[in-house]
Design a protein around this ligand. Structure first.
Ligand SMILES: [Zn+2]
Length: 272
């Protein structure tokens, strides 16, 4: 049985398509504030100065300084303050967690066929800190490919494949999407890793992972297993939708809830 779930946020805004590694930023006018931010990874709350965004309680943010790279949640916003700027580190990025669109329940995931509902560009900041301005990425590809429905043809050691299977069983694939032939996934391990690949006529190529290993890794294998499952589900239930848009994005249920619903005190969820 299929349920339709609609998410709607109060502030509706459309953002132009961007590269998945171009972190989109909220466009609201910045409002200077002194904010308290909770870092779950450290179980600590610290004060930061903000002059780049209009921050609210529940916002997911990143900061500079000692806790750079850790995800934080705004727990308090003060507009009335006088501080010595040099005493404070700053908020440097704000994740956009407003969701709008139609999602279908698919096992451990929710699937949408609407490009604007949950693009990789938006989700990227939910799971990973923005790359520092001094970070430079280089990607190289060989010309190998393998059929998605025959992962034994993937060049991967049995031990690594076994670990990847375990990741898949434990629902560690937080997000996976295909736009045309371009695939993207987020797999959580000791941290969150981003996987990119090409998917064309059932063949996978140009498979790379941000764990920077030089061989096919467990994150990639886990993502391939999730892709098999999701595409099988789509084929059985939503073939027409997928054919029409050439796009899908599937997000782990609990991940969507924790970012889009938990910690927010405004917005709406529609079940139809
Ligand atoms: Zn990896």
């Amino acid at each position: 049985m299929t349920f339709k779930i609609g998410f709607e946020s109060e502030q509706k805004k459309k953002e132009p398509a961007e590269s998945i590694f171009t972190a989109p930023q909220k466009k609201a006018e910045p409002r200077k504030s002194l904010v308290q931010i909770y870092f779950e990874a450290r179980n600590m709350t610290l004060a930061y100065y903000n002059d780049m965004f209009d921050l609210h309680c529940g916002d997911i943010v990143y900061v500079d300084g000692r806790l750079e790279g850790l995800i934080g949640r705004v727990t308090q916003v003060n507009y009335n303050f006088k501080i010595n700027i040099s005493d404070y580190k700053k908020v440097i990025a704000l994740a956009d967690t407003d969701i709008q669109g139609k999602f279908f329940i698919a096992g451990s995931s929710l699937i949408t066929f609407q490009r604007e509902a949950l693009p990789a560009s938006k989700v990227s900041l939910w799971f990973n800190a923005p790359a520092g301005s001094d970070t430079e990425f280089e990607i190289g590809y060989d010309d190998t490919s393998f059929p998605l429905n025959s992962l034994k043809d993937m060049d991967i050691s049995p031990v690594v494949a076994e670990r990847g299977s375990q990741y898949y069983i434990e629902n560690k694939i937080k997000y996976i999407s295909i736009d045309g032939t371009k695939g993207y996934a987020v797999v959580s391990g000791s941290k969150n890793y981003e996987i990119e690949f090409e998917y064309n006529n059932g063949e996978i190529s140009r498979l790379v992972c941000s764990c920077f290993c030089s061989y096919n890794c467990k994150h990639e294998f886990a993502a391939m297993l999730q892709l098999q499952e999701t595409l099988n589900f789509i084929e059985k239930n939503f073939e027409d939708e997928y054919k029409r848009t050439g796009y899908f994005a599937a997000i782990n249920k609990s991940a969507l809830f924790s970012f889009a619903v938990a910690g927010k005190d405004k917005g709406s969820v529609t079940f139809e």
